[in-house]
Design a protein around this ligand. Structure first.
Ligand code: 4NP
Length: 146
């Protein structure tokens, strides 16, 4: 299974989602490949936001070696599922889709809720981590059932 996590900057939310999903999948003995990207390109080449790195580390997950990159059209070919954090991400990613098959790969990580952008509020990183962790657990359950 190949999974891509997408947010706006690829420095706060989607690096956490990549780290958490990779961690949970490995723990469950699943050979899943997880990556992340941003719809915007401002931080390309940088590591994750330190607040995300610290929050992940507090939960035993190392995301410090991730490198920010921008979402690109061929990600639709490279991944089975593309999980986005909020509705702007959904619109932005779907605007690059070439066909229905591409569109069907794109879903909100939390199904019908959004993961809010924590960039301007240091206190939001822990709650955002917990939202992401819950979403990843639900997805693993859903994709491994039956
Ligand atoms: P993220 O948060 O989408 O969770 O990575 C953001 C990080 C940076 C910016 C926006 C959102 N920015 O505009 O630089």
């Amino acid at each position: 299974m190949k999974i891509l996590m997408v947010c706006l900057g690829n420095i706060c939310r989607s690096p956490l989602a990549e780290g958490v999903m990779q961690h949970l999948a490995s723990e469950a003995g699943l050979d899943w490949q997880v990556d992340s990207a941003g719809t915007g390109g401002w931080h390309v080449g940088e590591g994750p936001d330190r607040r995300s790195t610290r929050t992940a580390r507090n939960h035993g997950i190392d995301i410090s070696k991730q490198v920010c990159r921008q979402f690109r059209t061929n990600d639709f070919d490279r991944f089975d599922h593309i999980f986005v954090m909020d509705k702007n991400n959904l619109t932005d990613v779907i605007s690059l889709a070439r066909n229905d098959q591409d569109i069907q790969k794109v879903k909100l990580l939390l199904g019908d809720k959004v993961v809010p952008d924590p960039y301007y509020d240091d206190n939001q990183f822990e709650p955002v981590f917990e939202l992401i962790e819950g979403g990843c657990k639900d997805i693993i359950r859903e994709l491994t059932k039956g």
